[in-house]
Write a protein that binds this ligand. Sequence first.
Ligand code: URA
Length: 192
Amino acid sequence: MDALPPVPAAPWAEDSPPVLGEGPLHAPLMLVGEQPGDEEDRLGRPFVGPAGRLLDRALASAGIDRRACYVTNAVKHFKFVPRGGRRLHQRPDAGDITLYRPFLMAELQRVIPRLVVALGATAAQSLLGRKVGVAKIRGQVIPGPGQRPTLVTVHPSYLLRLPDPAMREAEYARFVEDLGVALAWSRAEREG
Ligand code: URA
């Protein structure tokens, strides 16, 4: 089994420990987010903050057991600016994505999931090696790195930011639908 390489660290990450992926080897589904947030950085686990709670709910609604998934991020450190005692999220740039990409590829080679789910634009860019419009390819299973089947959907934080409750509900339902496609596909592949 391939060992993982050392985790890269962007210059802005300073000495903070990386937040690594978690989940079983050979998980049928690998979920890739953007980067750890404030809570993830404090607790050292991916998707345990507000976005993670929404993701957990959506996974459960789609009939997916999170514990059976491998959950990770494109970037392994929390990029933020300090503001009034808070740490405000900063989106990773193309250089950050490129820096951490080999590590994500190594995780992929190690886990060998049946399907990878890119949660949002940063994960999609890292996995596909190019910038993509999430809305355009959302919910489709397309060839990803090394032809690995990949499904791109929105990031759960996008849903949290939607101000209109009706729209939030509709977008949440679409998100659950996308996850349902991922599950059905990974099962069909396993049985096939
Ligand atoms: N938490 C994570 O672990 N990843 C994200 O992309 C957002 C929140």
